[in-house]
Design a protein around this ligand. Structure first.
Ligand SMILES: Cc1ncc(COP(=O)(O)O)c(C=O)c1O
Length: 436
């Protein structure tokens, strides 16, 4: 693959010998302490690699297509493209990013239920044929602008509709209608896509409904003469091995029943958070502190020692920056305190964490138990890779958050063994040895 023209290469710090991710974070905290104490992000490419190994070993029959909207850092795209993943793109910028990284158009799916005309034309021009479609208006746009498209019909699932609070995808009845309309317009339909979010409480039931509905759509498609050969079971993988096993055990028997290997149907999934969440850590600085006195009746016995003080800490980033998912109703897990190993007898206090805007919406963590902090302490938020860090940092009012990429030599060698060859595939990486 060629290097990206006009793009800087990305500096990747190599952790050699006994150097750990914590050492890398410590080093950058030290650098920041000498200057403005700005928040920063550390991305561990080894974590991407380990997730890929986990995916390949637990669900090798599910071909991973990474949804770029989950984290569109070019470094992430470069690694995942090198690992051979397919990509799901929702707009022109995402398509261009993925194509620039040498991903073949047949490994790209264009998602989105209502695509701008220019996007459909752009897909046709770049020979991207797999397009998601869920309504008739979309079908007629595609038939005019991209008659060679191969459609995946987006099937509704209750869990997805509940998460987005809107009708998402097409019902079984509407799918028949869409198939007939596609037939009339001379557009090919090749499969079905659906999504069950990780928030779903009853995975076996949700996958049973979705896969039996998908089978019905396949049967209707075959009846109308379509060559139905792609089933996309969407995302909804948190990143934990345990949850992936749970999904696998819900899905496996259903696939064996409805889409056995002999059917020749290619089964895809769209793991987003699974790949990127654990790879990114965010370090923020405590810039202010207040104590208020409250009575917490609801605290469990022993959780909180004697005082009823609550601490409010202000951090140099908030919901108008890297914690923007909070505004969309997601909760942010409590951070750890840098260089602070909590011991059993240490007092912890109810605390809330706020961004710097002094806006009442800018509450990042509503309540957590922390040892007493002082201004200047650093807090570490893990699992931040799927939080839109790369896009939102410019909203924070402060300048762009620095992102430092790192990989350990052992992970790097594992990557090479997995077939990722530095010289030929990662032209845009500049590997430097980490110096403490
Ligand atoms: C259609 C679709 N596919 C895949 C994903 C990625 O999901 P996850 O990050 O939970 O794997 C999403 C997330 O919203 C989605 O809406």
């Amino acid at each position: 693959m060629k290097g990206l023209a006009d793009k800087p290469s990305y500096i990747i710090e190599l952790m050699e010998g006994g150097v750990t991710l914590e050492d890398i974070i410590d080093g950058h905290i030290y650098e920041q302490t000498l200057v403005e104490k700005n928040a920063f992000v550390v991305g561990d490419l080894g974590a991407l690699m380990r997730q890929h190994v986990c995916w390949q070993s637990l669900v090798p029959h599910l071909q991973p297509y990474y949804p770029v909207k989950c984290n569109s850092s070019p470094v992430v795209i470069e690694v995942l493209a090198s690992l051979g993943l397919g990509f799901v793109c929702a707009n022109k910028a995402e398509v261009s990013l993925v194509l620039e990284h040498g991903v073949p158009p047949e490994n790209i799916i264009l998602s989105g239920v209502c695509k701008q005309l220019a996007l459909i034309k752009h897909a046709a021009k770049n020979n991207i044929q797999q397009l998601v479609c869920e309504n008739e208006a979309e079908l007629s746009k595609i038939s005019r602008l991209h008659p060679g498209a191969k459609l995946l019909l987006q099937l509704t699932t209750e869990a997805h509709a509940a998460e987005t609070s809107m009708a998402f995808g097409s019902s079984l009845k509407s799918c028949r209608h869409l198939l007939e309309a596609a037939k009339e317009l001379g557009i090919q339909v090749v499969g079905v896509t659906f999504h069950i979010p990780s928030s779903c409480q009853d995975l076996p039931q949700a996958y049973t409904h979705a896969l039996s509905d998908a089978r019905c759509v396949f049967d209707m498609g075959v009846e109308l003469g379509f060559n139905m050969n792609i089933l996309d079971i969407g995302g909804g993988f948190t990143g934990s091995e345990f949850q992936l096993k749970q999904v696998e055990s819900a899905v496996r028997p259903l696939l064996d029943t409805y889409f056995p290997p002999l059917s020749g149907v290619q089964v895809l999934a769209q793991p987003g958070s699974f790949y990127v969440a654990s790879a990114f850590n965010l370090a923020v600085n405590v810039i202010g502190k207040k104590v208020v006195t409250r009575h917490w009746d609801s605290l469990a016995q022993g959780e909180f020692l004697s005082s009823n003080a609550e601490f409010l800490y202000y951090m140099n980033e908030g919901v108008y920056g890297p914690f923007n998912l909070k505004l969309l109703g997601n909760s942010i897990a409590a951070p750890s305190v840098h260089k602070h190993a909590l011991c059993a007898e240490e007092a912890v206090y109810p605390s809330s964490l706020w961004g710097p805007s002094l806006d009442q919406l800018d509450q990042v963590v509503e309540r957590c138990l922390l040892p007493e902090l002082t201004v200047g302490d650093w807090l570490l938020f893990s699992n931040m890779g799927a939080s839109g860090l790369e896009e939102c940092s410019c909203l924070s009012g402060s300048s762009q958050l620095p992102v430092y990429y790192t990989v350990s030599t052992s992970d790097w060698y594992e990557m090479l063994e997995a077939g990722v060859v530095l010289d030929s595939t990662m032209k845009n990486f500049d590997m430097v040895q980490y110096n403490a």
